[in-house]
Design a protein. Structure first.
Length: 395
């Protein structure tokens, strides 16, 4: 089968197995070129197949020699449709990790369910004994509550007032105005239920009760703050409310795992092109300008570079992390005053039509399609590929 990208809305509905494998290999190569990390040895990554979770898994394995168990929700190929990118990424990751002698197994299922939690715990007990790092990196559109059965759908909306801003229409490549109406109380509650910290807390509670958290275990989840221009849609919007809840959950988890000397953190990461961020209006335009400024200053980072820096120079380094405050900032380059001043100036110019962003848009599109395995120079896209690629360990 010859696989071409098919773009719909803000996602690509096809993925390329060889391209995804190439992207995973590039990330592995990057980590192997860095200094080894004296870090975790047995790691559970929840949300392990794409974006920040996949990068965390790769860094743990190839940077710190860890055995990893990955949980995610992805689709294998079926009826002539390709698998999702996260499926192909994981197939490639597991093959590379296993060939290099590392333990790597995966569970494909709904991480919000108790069933998947139980399955994960059983596998840890059987094969790893305990884990010393739990990464919680879920970005999901909906969640069914495991106790009440209530279905929650997350929305990306402002709170209080409507918000009008410039955004990029990815279909027409034009800068257009977008107005987002404020969320209702129910939408705020639903977004917090999906993207807040309740499920992370449930995971940690179950893992601890089952005795599968090693003494001194660390857990981390990811957040974003960003600049004032995106506050109404991010920090002060529904997703920001969910992230506040995530941070509050980290404090609760810290208390929960204090008796085993455990520690829980929220890392504030840099804004990056991922499947999750592409769905947020306004943010892609900001991302394009941010990449331009950071690139010029030699400060731009991708997922794997961010996650390597997080583990190597924050979580597992000799320098003590600040005690008490469990927020780690790895968005430091993005938030530098000079960077933000330049991005704001560019933003103004884009809004007044003074500058052309076509090159930035092209760069963004390239990055976006790479998430699905398209656009790598070394991949032969005209060759027939089998869309069915197994994940060897899948449970
Ligand atoms: P992503 O879309 O690349 O990855 C999401 C992961 O969650 C995938 O592995 C997917 O399979 C998994 N997943 C989704 N629903 C699931 C379910 N029901 N059960 C099991 N697995 C499920 O997202 P990304 O961007 O890597 O986001 C991860 C975290 O990082 C999120 O909390 C996000 O808010 C945060 N973050 C993202 C930033 C960005 O710019 N992309 C910036 C800062 C933080």
């Amino acid at each position: 089968m010859i696989i071409k990208p098919k773009f719909r809305g803000f996602i690509c509905t096809t993925s390329h197995p060889a391209g995804c494998a190439h992207s995973v290999q590039e990330q592995i190569n990057y980590v192997k070129q860095q200094k080894p990390i004296q870090g975790p040895k047995k790691v559970l990554v929840i949300g392990a197949s794409t974006g920040y979770g996949l990068a965390s898994r790769i860094v743990a394995t190839f940077g710190s020699g860890a055995s990893t168990l990955g949980v995610f929700l992805e689709k294998p190929a079926s009826n002539g449709n390709t698998a999702t990118a996260g499926w192909y990424n994981t197939a490639a990751f597991e093959t590379a990790a296993t060939e290099a002698g590392y333990y790597a197994k995966s569970i494909n299922g709904d991480a919000f369910s108790d069933q998947v939690k139980e399955k994960t715990i059983a596998l840890i007990k059987e094969e790893l004994g305990q884990v010393d790092l739990v990464v919680y990196s879920i970005a999901a559109p909906r969640r069914t509550h495991p106790v009440s059965g209530e279905m929650f759908t997350s929305v990306i909306k402002p709170i209080g007032d409507s918000f009008t801003s410039k955004t990029v229409d990815m279909n027409s490549n034009e800068i257009v105005d977008v107005t987002l109406e404020p969320a209702s109380e129910q939408e705020i509650r639903s977004t917090v239920a999906v993207m807040g910290g309740e499920d992370w807390e449930r995971w940690m509670h179950h893992l601890k009760e089952a005795g599968v958290l090693a003494s001194g275990a660390t857990t981390i989840s990811y957040s974003y703050i960003g600049p004032k221009i995106t506050y109404p849609i991010y920090k002060e919007g529904t997703i920001g409310r969910a992230k506040d809840h995530l941070y509050a959950a980290s404090k609760e988890i810290n208390k929960q795992i204090q008796d085993i000397n455990g520690r829980a953190f929220v890392a504030v990461n840099k804004a990056l092109v991922t499947q999750a961020s592409a769905a947020i209006p306004v943010v892609p335009l900001y991302l394009m300008l941010l990449a331009r400024v950071l690139g010029k200053k030699g400060l731009d980072e991708n997922c794997i570079e961010q996650m390597y820096r997080l583990l190597a120079s924050r979580l597992y380094c000799a320098e003590k992390l600040p005690s008490g405050d469990h927020l780690i900032r790895i968005d430091d380059y993005e938030m530098q005053d000079d960077v933000q001043a330049e991005v704001s100036a560019l933003w103004e110019k884009v809004c007044s039509g003074e500058i052309d962003i076509i090159p930035d848009l092209e760069k963004y599109r390239k990055e976006f399609f790479k998430l699905f395995g398209f656009g790598f120079d070394d991949v032969q896209y005209e060759e027939d590929v089998r869309e069915e690629v197994p994940i060897l360990s899948i449970k």
